[in-house]
Each structure stands twice: as structure tokens, then as C-alpha cells.
Ligand binder design. Structure first.
Ligand SMILES: C[S@@+](CC[C@H](N)C(=O)[O-])C[C@H]1O[C@@H](n2cnc3c(N)ncnc32)[C@H](O)[C@@H]1O
Length: 276
């Protein structure tokens, strides 16, 4: 059953501003992989309001590549998944519309999503978008994006390097009525080498200016660097093994880091921030 997907959304002024549109093929491949590992059930859900809930890619850039790639990857799990690409730049929307089909939509919009009445969202990804804003704009943008999410839904907001080999993202969960910072995830495919410092240039906007003694993100990196130094002999076995050993050391020092192999072996370090 399909409802509302063809109905035009209510016209509202998009919140935000057009920024550089640079993107690249496969740039967000690892982010998709992370999502599938982290919460596959959320992608598969079809109960109640989730029956037609969108996966939204906000700020897909000059080309629709990342949206189309995510649609293909996530539909391996949920073939009928509705996907919505949102851009604040009208020319980028016009260019993407060539790729629209019954399940794949592109619309002009901003942090206040262009949704029609009854349309819902399970996941909203905004990658390489907020880094071009001011730090003070982050929390209001999260809040606005969070308004569109169904309870249980996720906001993935992060930054990558141009190739996507190194990235970092905020993982925020919508509860019944608010957005909770659930985790901070760091991803690498090891082609850019490894040591914890490689993630500093791709920290999301809410952290990038906070690398100062006393700030939690700074102390986290200090602890990770200490753990990496302590496990340096493991580096001779390979960067992946060293990454895993450093994560274990970080966990041993008291940080709530995911130690499940499915994350670590793929170069994903998940730092849990919620109180669960
Ligand atoms: C650098 S591109 C990122 C492309 C892609 N997400 C990636 O990671 O490769 C940023 C895009 O976000 C768009 N953008 C910026 N603010 C936006 C907003 N508030 N709502 C929708 N799109 C926005 C810009 O127009 C630009 O095309």
C-alpha cells in the first residue's frame, strides 16, 4: 500500500542556506554499512507509522549519487524502502529529479523537511552539511530535523573527508518526544592509515572547536591516544589489529566503547553516550 508519496508537500520556507555541493561516488558507503550493522531493524520496520516511513538524505549535494547508493544498499534489506533526497539548492533538486521513481523522491527543502501530511521518517542522514554552518546553529538544526523523526528513529549527522575513507558522526535517537545523543561513531577503512588523530579533522561541527583540555571530546582523544600508544606493539600485526587493541584499551580505561567484533573489525569505533 502506498499513501501520500505522490502528494506534493506543504510549501514552507526551507531552513538553512545552500553550501558547497561537493560529493563523490561511494563517499558514504561506510556510513550505510554502519547503519545496517547498528540498527538493521529500523531499516526493516513496517509496523504502524513505519509502514511507509522514509529514509532521508538531507543535503545530498551537486549530484544525487549518495542518495541513490544508499537507496540501493538499504533496499537489499527492505526492498520497498521509500527514500527522499532533500536539497536546499533548487538546481540540485532539478538535476536529481531524473533519477526519481515510485520509491525514490527528490525535493527542495531544508532542516524543516518538505513532508506532506501523514509522511513520516525513520532515518535522517545529514552528512557534510553542518560543517559549513556555525557551531551555534547545530543544536537548532538537530532539533528541527528531529521533529520529523518517528519515535525510535535515528539522526545521523556527521562529516567525512572527501573520499569518505575517514569520517565521524553523531548518532541521535528520537524518543517519544526528544532527541538523545546516543553515540559518536568513528569510521575508517584504514587506507588513510590509523592513529586516533586521523579523526580530528573530520569531527562534526559540535566537536571540532572543542579540542581543548577539559572538554570531553579532548579527554576522549587523549585516552584513545594513550590506549593506542600502550598497544603499539600490535601495530606490527596490521593497522586493523592495532585499531581493535586501542579500542579495547579505551574501554578498559572506562569509556563505553562497543567491543563487538562486527564493528571493530570494520574500522568502526562506537562511543556510547546515552545512559543505557
Ligand atoms: C558538501 S555537500 C554534501 C553532499 C553529500 N551529503 C556528501 O556527504 O557527499 C552539502 C550539501 O548540503 C546542502 N545543504 C546545506 N544546508 C542545507 C539544508 N539546510 N537543507 C538541505 N540541504 C542543505 C548544500 O546545498 C550542499 O549541496
Amino acid at each position: 500500500m502506498c499513501f501520500n508519496l505522490g502528494r506534493p508537500p506543504r510549501p514552507t520556507k526551507p531552513l538553512g542556506q545552500p553550501t558547497r555541493g561537493k560529493t563523490a561516488r561511494n563517499r558514504l558507503r561506510k556510513v550505510d554499512l554502519f547503519l545496517l550493522l547498528y540498527d538493521a531493524a529500523l531499516i526493516r520496520r513496517t509496523d504502524g507509522m513505519y509502514s511507509e516511513a522514509f529514509y532521508v538524505d538531507l543535503g545530498y549535494g551537486a549530484e544525487a549519487t549518495t542518495t541513490l547508493e544508499s537507496a540501493a544498499r538499504l533496499r537489499a534489506l527492505h526492498p520497498g524502502l521509500p527514500v527522499l533526497g532533500v536539497e536546499i539548492d533548487p538546481q540540485r533538486v532539478a538535476a536529481a529529479l531524473t533519477y526519481a521513481d515510485q520509491l525514490t523522491h527528490f525535493r527542495l527543502g531544508g532542516f524543516n523537511l518538505p513532508l506532506a501530511a501523514g509522511e513520516t521518517v525513520r532515518v535522517l542522514r545529514a552528512f557534510n552539511v553542518l560543517r559549513q554552518y556555525e557551531e551555534a546553529e547545530v543544536a537548532p538544526a538537530w532539533e528541527t530535523m528531529g521533529d520529523a523523526l518517528l519515535p525510535g528513529g535515528l539522526l545521523l549527522e556527521g562529516t567525512s573527508n572527501p573520499t569518505g575513507r575517514v569520517w565521524c558522526a553523531n548518532v541521535l535517537r528520537k524518543t517519544e518526544d526528544q532527541l538523545v545523543q546516543e553515540a559518536l561513531v568513528f569510521g575508517t577503512n584504514f587506507r588513510a592509515g590509523f592513529e586516533p588523530g586521523i579523526f580530528q579533522p573530520v569531527l562534526p561541527k559540535n566537536y571540532i572547536h572543542r579540542m581543548l583540555p577539559g572538554e570531553p571530546i579532548y579527554e576522549f582523544f587523549e585516552a584513545w591516544k594513550r590506549a593506542a600508544r600502550a598497544s603499539l606493539p600490535v601495530r606490527t600485526l596490521g593497522l586493523r589489529q592495532w585499531f581493535v587493541a586501542s579500542a579495547k584499551g579505551l574501554a578498559a580505561s572506562g569509556y563505553r566503547v562497543e567491543l563487538r567484533h562486527k564493528f571493530l573489525k570494520r574500522g568502526l569505533l562506537v562511543w556510547r553516550l546515552d545512559s543505557a
